[in-house]
Ligand binder design. Sequence first.
Ligand code: CDP
Length: 217
Amino acid sequence: MKDFIVAIDGPAGSGKSSISDIVANKLGFTHVDTGAFFRAVTLEALNRGINLENEDEYSFLDDINVIYKDGKTYVNGKDVSSLIRTGEISRNVSTPAKLKRVREKVIEFERMSSHGKIIMDGRDIGTVVLPNADLKIFLTASNEERARRRFEQNKLMGIESDYNTILKEIIERDKKDSERAIAPLKQAIDAIAIDTTKMSIDEVSNTIIKLINERND
Ligand code: CDP
């Protein structure tokens, strides 16, 4: 298969990352989870104790390099994969993600990872980062189903959590991500929307694989 670029966007917990991983493994694509870049920047910002709202305090961005490779996230070579999945990071990540300075830096990380056969997931991939993608997907699911999935995911990772708190937090995060001025969460006009509320992971992955194969003939 020649170069092919897939953009997958959607709200928190819609399954973007798990689905992208499966599709990438089955078809030999590289998966780039762009949420991991924003989470890594948030982790660094919190570790440095800066005021997350203040763009002027993000000069540390000049000193960090974030790489996403084979499902793992590295900041200056250190594996931060589990550290970026905590509730604290999820609650704070929308603040750095709305800042121009942060988004410009993350685009550099994203560009470094994007060549060949790529499946990239995030919020603004089909609209801003890869507007010429060969296939754009917008994944959704009901709020309750997304909260349930995140709750189960936490359980598997050994993270204690409360379903109602998760539900409230993902609704808040989606609101912030959709209402921000720069690169908001939005379906690209040429994206195919898939409501995954009643679909299994395999059904969603197979639907996307079929779409890739159809467009790559
Ligand atoms: O895994 P989950 O769906 O909960 O979120 P994520 O994909 O890890 O993204 C975490 C956060 O990063 C989002 O809530 C956005 O604030 C931000 N993000 C973004 O602004 N643009 C992207 N392309 C990807 C993530």
